[in-house]
Design a protein around this ligand. Structure first.
Ligand code: F6R
Length: 259
């Protein structure tokens, strides 16, 4: 795992967008793992503005609410169309989200895993972190080897996301989510975290002991995980001087320092 600290949300998001752009250019058939949420909105704006060629790319989203139609503006399918798919040249047939309206969620989740495998696996997985420490909707006590499945959402997550609904009461309390084990199989992981409200959970996720109480700690097990944060989110990291040094001195970051 490496942590990269940028001065503010804008520069952290730009760095994440530039990394994605380079991956898409290097591999036109890139399989993207995608996240939703407020943190991703600016990232998708920047990626869309880059006019990248997504013709041969495919994507798999982390999660979807249960019981919300895809045309509902609170569904993650709606979010993805609005923030990314409608703005780039990706073939929507190659974009996948778990089926939150499936009659049998066990079968739907199994099929989702099969589709990921059939695509050759996720090349790069984008992640945000929830205030509960979740990645995807892997709430506390999600097994570190868990696969795509139905998950009940914590009160912390309901409090985080319900303000996005016209009527907060309408927020579903269950979702389908890739498992922690599914996420860890991505070849590369890029997590973007911004804002002071994430500082405490980020420090636990990055520098604390690995525990199923905080799913994001499992990222410490991944061999190619980059966590991009702004100074606000980095506020409680013990080793932040070292992380700053990495970005300023390691040759792999040289092309990204000039922007
Ligand atoms: C959503 C997802 C979640 C979010 C997390 C942070 O698809 O995977 O784990 O990334 O809840 O959400 P924001 O960015 O709204 O703080």
């Amino acid at each position: 795992m490496e942590v990269i600290i940028r001065p503010n949300k804008e520069s952290a998001t730009t760095l994440a967008a530039n990394l994605i752009a380079d991956l898409v250019k290097r591999k036109p058939t890139l399989v993207l793992g995608l996240a939703t949420g407020r943190t991703m909105e600016e990232l998708y704006d920047k990626v869309a503005a880059m006019k990248l060629d997504f013709t041969f790319c495919s994507s798999f989203n982390l999660d979807e609410y249960i019981g919300i139609e895809t045309i509902d503006k609170n569904s993650y399918r709606y979010y993805m169309n609005k923030h990314l798919f409608d703005k780039v040249n990706i073939n929507k047939k190659n974009t996948h989200l778990p089926d939150g309206m499936a009659k049998n969620t066990i079968i739907a989740c199994h099929e989702y895993e099969n589709q990921i495998n059939d695509s050759g696996g996720i090349d790069v997985q984008l992640l945000g972190i929830g205030r509960s420490g979740h990645i995807g909707f892997n709430e506390p006590l999600s097994a570190l080897s868990s696969r795509t499945r139905e998950k009940a959402l914590t009160p912390t997550t309901v409090a985080q996301n319900s303000p996005l609904f016209d009527n907060p009461e309408d927020m579903p309390k269950r979702a389908l989510t890739m498992g922690v084990g599914t996420i860890l199989e991505a070849k590369r992981i890029i997590m973007l975290v911004t804002g002071t409200e994430k500082a405490e959970i980020l420090a636990k996720a990055v520098e604390g002991p690995i525990t199923s109480m905080i799913s994001a700690t499992a990222l410490q097990l991944h061999p190619a995980c980059t966590i991009i944060v702004d100074e606000e989110a980095a506020g409680k990291l013990q080793e932040r001087e070292y992380y700053r040094w990495i970005f300023e001195n390691e040759p792999e970051w040289e092309p990204y320092r000039v922007v």
